[in-house]
Design a protein around this ligand. Structure first.
Ligand code: ADP
Ligand code: MG
Length: 499
């Protein structure tokens, strides 16, 4: 058992690592540049050397083809990134990034062993979770469990002062995602009631909206579309993000980009004043979407804003001026100011690491699944076995009967869906991956000496939200385990030096 179990928040935009120390002290490990977070960006200098964090972020402008950001968005997908003529999967790149976190941990603790709790968005499906787990393990972390990000934030909130009968809403707006969870806190017990959100809304959408607006203004003035010049547009994006952050504290800001483009008549500079009112107007459609998602979660659970005793704003983008204003107008005085939005998740992961390592006793928590889990039936329809918002760890068995004695095997197709149960699998699997995620498809041999075969399919969801399926032939007792693991082999950890 390592002396310093850690929590890790592997973010789309920024990642953090926090140590659970003696007497329950939680300390965030600083990056080499002295910041408490490490931007989740990797820049490949060449095939053998890569750089993370702020140094990588600044290379996004000059060598975007060798710089990878937002890797988390591609976890669990087949997407390949080609850099310096070599192809990498998202999980390989994540593994390399975890190796940097592992080095930071070793430098801080002097230990090679690193037991970790790693947070993932609540809506992550089995495949995405597996990808994160295997990336961290291949970088040398001993992953004690994966933990849902909103649950982590609530664990931390409860850790800084026990709460009695509070119904919390965790509102986590990160760079690219909105994650909302309803969580009951009562002394040492934390119970997640429901989760929801969107993978299509985050802080970056505000940057895009502002950058596009600035581009339109420039176009009106000079007849030049800066989108056709990737470096100029990236500069607009950087400045849009900077302006958005400044408007969290100030009423107005100036955007200045000297020499944004060169025309036959000479260089052009970019200059524009942006105040809160204009920012609000530009980004209003995004706020409306966020509002809709928040309201939907409340109504789906039969709740009104007044029923929520505490709202925990989490994620850097919860600081955006009109996001903050929306949350406060909806939930009034129940909005908590106790948490640092950037650090709540990683500190909660560290609390859980302390719990798992046996350093923090008498705490309990119960999380819930964020997807329906089921099987494809004979007609190609999705049959739900375990419904969304089911507390886990959990195990459930379904019995199937086959009456066709010529049948030698049955095909078991395990799926997760996003909510809609009456959809046809084959119509929606390929062309609408948002509805179904195929976790595994395998043939299970049946021995039907009798006229009918009974097959039990058992689903297990462990404490990390990872699914295991066991198929059992009831007559013969024969069974097969299908741990739906995503293993990957790669020499990236050994071959690439990471700074
Ligand atoms: P993730 O979980 O995606 O890694 P974070 O919680 O670190 O993300 O949030 C990153 C987002 O928060 C970015 O879009 C960033 O621009 C935004 N952000 C960070 N600080 C501020 C601030 N002070 N005001 C407004 N937005 C901010
Ligand atoms: Mg986050």
């Amino acid at each position: 058992m390592s002396r310093y179990p850690v929590g890790i928040d592997f973010g789309t935009t920024n990642s953090m690592i926090a140590v659970f120390k003696e007497k329950g002290v939680i300390e965030v490990i600083s990056s080499d540049s002295g910041k408490r977070y490490l931007p989740s960006v990797i820049y490949f200098k060449n095939k053998k050397e890569a750089v993370t964090g702020d140094n990588a972020k600044s290379m996004q402008l000059l060598e975007s083809q060798n710089t990878i950001a937002n890797v988390k968005r591609y976890m669990g997908t087949d997407k390949k990134f080609e850099i310096h003529g070599k192809k990498y999967s998202a999980v390989e790149l994540a593994a390399l990034f975890f190796k940097k976190l592992k080095n930071l941990h070793r430098d801080y603790t002097g230990e090679d062993e690193a037991q970790a709790v790693i947070t993932v968005p609540a809506y992550f499906d089995h495949m995405q979770r597996e990808a994160v787990r295997s990336a961290a393990e291949s970088a040398g972390f001993d992953v004690m469990t994966l933990l849902n990000e909103p649950t982590a934030a609530a664990l931390y909130y409860n850790n800084i002062g026990k709460k009695e009968n509070e119904l919390c809403l965790v509102f986590d707006l990160g760079g690219g995602t909105l994650d909302i969870s309803l969580i009951e806190l009562n002394k040492n017990c934390l119970r997640v009631i429901a989760t929801g959100g969107s993978t299509e809304i985050g802080g970056v959408d505000f940057d895009v909206a502002v950058a596009d607006y600035l581009n339109d203004e420039f176009h009106k003035l000079h007849g030049i579309d800066l989108k056709t010049d990737p470096i100029a547009y990236q500069q607009l994006m950087f400045q849009a993000e900077k302006a958005k952050m400044e408007l969290s504290a100030l009423n107005e800001t100036n955007i200045v980009i000297p020499y944004i483009t060169i025309t036959p008549k000479g260089p052009l500079h970019f200059k524009k004043e942006l105040d809160k009112a204009l920012f609000n107007r530009i980004t209003e459609p995004i706020i409306n979407k966020i509002k809709q998602i928040t309201e939907d979660i409340l109504t789906q659970n039969g709740l009104k804003p007044e029923d929520i005793s505490r709202v925990l704003p989490v994620g850097g983008a919860s600081r955006i001026c009109n996001v903050r204003a929306f949350v406060e107008s909806m939930f009034k005085s129940s909005v908590s100011k106790d948490l640092n939005p950037e650090e709540a998740v990683v500190c909660g992961a560290a609390v859980n690491a302390g719990m798992r390592a046996g350093l923090l006793k008498d705490r309990q928590f119960f999380d819930v699944t964020s997807h329906n889990l089921g099987l494809e039936d004979d007609n190609g329809n999705f049959e739900i076995i375990l419904e969304k918002n089911e507390p886990y760890p959990v195990s459930f068995t379904s019995r199937f009967v086959t009456t066709d004695s010529s049948l030698k095997a049955v095909t078991v197709h395990v799926l997760q869906d996003m909510a809609k149960s009456s959809l046809n699998v084959s119509d929606n699997l390929g062309n609408n991956p948002d509805y179904f995620i195929s976790l595994a498809k395998f043939d299970f041999q049946v021995e039907n000496e009798e006229d009918e075969s009974l097959i039990d399919i058992e689903f297990n969801i462990d404490g990390s939200g990872i699914v295991k399926v066991v198929a059992k032939d009831v007559n013969s007792g024969r069974q097969n385990d299908f741990t739906l693991k995503s293993e990957f082999t790669s020499d990236i950890i050994d071959n690439v030096k990471i700074y």
